[in-house]
Design a protein around this ligand. Structure first.
Ligand code: DAK
Length: 259
């Protein structure tokens, strides 16, 4: 358990990765390491079927800790810079389905943290942005890459070049956010959805891998990956359960075991 990043699990297979560093959940270098450790812990735990990333009811994360960054000489920063990218890569590669529940600000590294999730559920008071340019730097943890892949190159350019903030509704319209809820409900809605995914078959892991890794490949190679992962589903108990259940009771009734 980290000082600022904790992992709690419920009895329905949902883990919450909670960031708690007052006042604005700024991501200092200790938080980077704690996210990396939390990702490793969750990744290796087969009892966890889905994950919610949450910064609490006030703010998701206002970005990297500017007070810490301001004091860092180039050499020190360069030596440690890989840790954040590594932590976010490990979060993005979690085999479980992940949902970021965003209350308040998700700025800079905070927006990039939300981009590691499969889905972003936003509170109606959420504000997204990549304001790094206003500090004289550029996004360094996925904001020029995951963001552009998600919302398209033009929208990403506008966000990154101008450094503006976007409301939950604007973020929904551009595809950065998947759903918007009243602020008091967003975490519960994310957990509710995560519980549905946690009941899903092992094939969800294959699906996530196929989409996330395939999109980085040429079409031929990606289709070969899809075939391999499709075939691998036949090695799972869940595909037998799913097909038996369909033939006995019709669609959508299978009780999967995530194996
Ligand atoms: N870091 C440190 N402290 C922060 C902070 C931040 N990102 N954001 C806010 N704070 C602090 C404020 O300084 C203030 O501290 P005190 O004055 O009370 O000591 C306190 O939080 C409350 O902030 P405000 O008084 O400004 O509160 P408001 O409600 O008026 O405004 C705000 C909230 C979040 C809109 C505003 O504070 C703001 O614009 N914050 C900065 C947002 C920002 O620029 N974020 C991007 C940071 S740069 C890397 C890769 C990526 C990155 C770093 C490294 N590597 C590969 C190594 C990422 C970089 C970034 O994210």
């Amino acid at each position: 358990m980290g000082e600022f990043v904790t992992v709690t699990t419920d009895d329905e297979g949902v883990a919450t990765l909670r960031l708690d560093r007052a006042p604005v959940n700024a991501l200092n270098s200790q938080v980077w390491v704690e996210f990396r450790d939390a990702a490793r812990r969750v990744s290796g735990d087969d009892s966890i079927g889905a994950v919610v990333l949450w910064g609490g009811p006030k703010v998701f994360a206002a970005g990297a800790d500017i007070k810490e960054m301001q004091t860092k000489p180039f050499q020190e920063f360069f030596a440690r810079a890989g840790v954040l990218q590594e932590a976010f890569n490990e979060l993005a590669r979690l085999p479980q389905i992940t949902i970021a529940a965003v209350n308040g600000y998700a700025l800079g590294g905070g927006c990039e943290l939300s981009l590691t999730a499969d889905f972003r559920y936003a509170a109606d008071n959420a504000r997204f942005g990549q304001p790094e340019i206003l500090l004289g730097v550029i996004p360094g943890a996925g904001g020029t890459q995951r963001l552009a892949r998600l919302v398209g190159i033009q929208r990403a350019k506008e966000m990154v070049y101008a450094g503006g903030m976007y409301s939950a509704e604007e973020s929904l319209a551009m595809g950065l956010v998947d759903k918007v809820f009243p602020a008091g409900e967003v975490y519960d809605k994310a957990v509710e959805a995560a519980r549905r995914y946690a009941k899903g078959p092992y094939a969800l892991r294959m699906a996530k891998k196929a989409v996330n890794e395939g999109i980085e490949m040429g079409l031929d190679e990606a289709l070969r990956l899809e075939t391999t992962l499709f075939t691998a589903c036949f090695a799972t108990e869940d595909r037998q359960i799913g097909m038996d259940s369909f033939l006995a009771e019709g669609p959508g009734k299978a009780q999967f075991v995530r194996r």
